[in-house]
Design a protein around this ligand. Structure first.
Ligand code: INS
Length: 387
């Protein structure tokens, strides 16, 4: 049970790049990081507009001289402060096209990072970030935020304990609606997501497909793709990137997986689901009902496992913030991840490795490779490509 008691020697001194006034995602980063006092917000380059960014930082309680006009100045100025006072970690919450450059600069400056997904655009860039983080003993947490929901850990434990039998099929989907017309003409948040310069080589595969991919990798610890085939389409002809994608994957060990990522699934909100089918039973998790995990044993009535239930595996109850029956939301899931990022960062500061999972730089790199391979397959005419 998490009750806000201190778990670190001191809160990680933390800064943000982006996430300022008007950002869709800045507030969830702050509320997740600050909630358990695992982080303390001491600096930031919050906005592309320096005045607005400074004003915003001051409103958040950051000292005016530590509200910087841009990330480069921030990294340079913070490095001049004494080691007990300078920042230790930076969250990168800027549009996708800047993730690689900012993350690289943060790691080169010797600070831990928390980066929005996708980590970057190419496997080459991802490998560079993996190497930088590993060689410097720095933590990179990637905000695959849904993975902090407690029932994801329950599904993982069920797979590890053999409750489902041998894993045969994994069905992933994140097919949301609302972009079934050219909404990007009037909606700025939609526009950059479909602009190759800002979003990279894909829209829905990277923007939403990588979420259930990481969930599946977490639930099925030996998930490893051997080959994949992908077909993509832009149903709105003016879009330069795909608004619908289907992926089929062969996994090492013989299991098969599919992923449907879409922005044109009329009527759907998120529709994000992961179903794992074993030789004895299946489990299914749906992000709009995160407090329930469906457990279907062949030949028996369906069971619904509830968050907080005494019958769950202990590690699936360890991050309870309030007992079962009370709904858990995405803010709680992100807070669970930020807590793990902080503990991993403190361990790294002491030269130790984390003995628990969290979406790390390798998970970020895997998402980048997956998108790259899907795009390669789709461009070659939906053919199988080696992974
Ligand atoms: C989705 C959703 C995802 C986010 C995507 C966004 O609507 O909010 O969590 O990662 O970028 O397009």
């Amino acid at each position: 049970m998490i009750n806000g008691e201190k778990v670190l020697d001191h809160p990680i001194r933390w800064a943000m790049v982006g996430g300022g006034r008007g950002s869709q995602i800045g507030y969830i980063h702050r509320s997740a990081a600050l909630r358990d006092r695992s982080f303390e917000l001491v600096a930031g380059a919050f906005d592309i507009n320096p005045e607005r960014g400074k004003d915003f930082g001051i409103q958040l309680g950051v000292a005016p001289e530590r509200c910087y006009p841009d990330y480069k100045t921030m990294l340079m100025e913070e490095a001049k402060r004494s080691p007990e006072d300078r920042i230790e970690a930076v969250t990168i919450a800027v549009p996708n096209g800047l993730h690689y450059a900012v993350c690289k600069a943060v790691l080169e400056a010797g600070f831990h990072a928390v980066c929005e997904k996708p980590l970057c655009f190419t496997t080459e860039q991802a490998e560079e970030l993996v190497h930088l983080a590993d060689s410097k003993g720095l933590v990179v947490g990637v905000t695959y935020g849904y993975s902090g929901h407690q029932l994801i850990e329950q599904a993982r434990q069920m797979v590890l304990h053999g409750d489902l039998g041998e894993i045969r099929l994994i069905k992933m989907q994140f097919p949301f609606g609302a972009y079934n017309t050219a909404v990007e003409e009037t909606n700025a948040a939609a526009r950059w997501r479909m602009d190759p310069a800002k979003a990279g080589p894909s829209f829905v595969l990277g923007d939403v497909g990588t979420h259930p991919l990481f969930l599946a990798e977490t639930m099925v610890p030996d998930f490893e793709i051997e080959s994949l085939m992908c077909t993509t389409k832009s149903f709105i002809p003016t879009r330069k990137l795909e608004d619908n994608a289907f992926v089929i994957m062969n996994l090492k060990g013989g299991a098969q997986a599919t992923c449907w990522a879409s922005a044109i699934n009329c009527g759907a909100l998120h529709g994000q689901k992961v179903r794992i089918v074993g030789s004895k039973a299946s489990v299914e998790w749906y992000d709009e009902r995160p407090n329930q995990l469906t457990y279907e044993i062949e030949g028996e009535p369906v069971r619904i496992l509830e968050r907080g239930g005494a019958y769950l595996y202990p590690s699936a109850r360890a991050e309870d913030r309030i007992s079962g029956g009370h709904t858990e939301g995405l803010f709680d899931a992100w807070s669970n991840l930020y807590r793990r990022f902080a503990i991993a960062m403190e361990k790294a500061n002491k030269g130790e490795k984390a003995d628990f999972w969290y979406p790390d730089v390798h998970a970020g790199a895997e998402g980048v490779k997956w998108v790259e391979k899907c795009v390669e397959s789709a461009k070659k005419g939906a053919v199988w490509v080696k992974y």
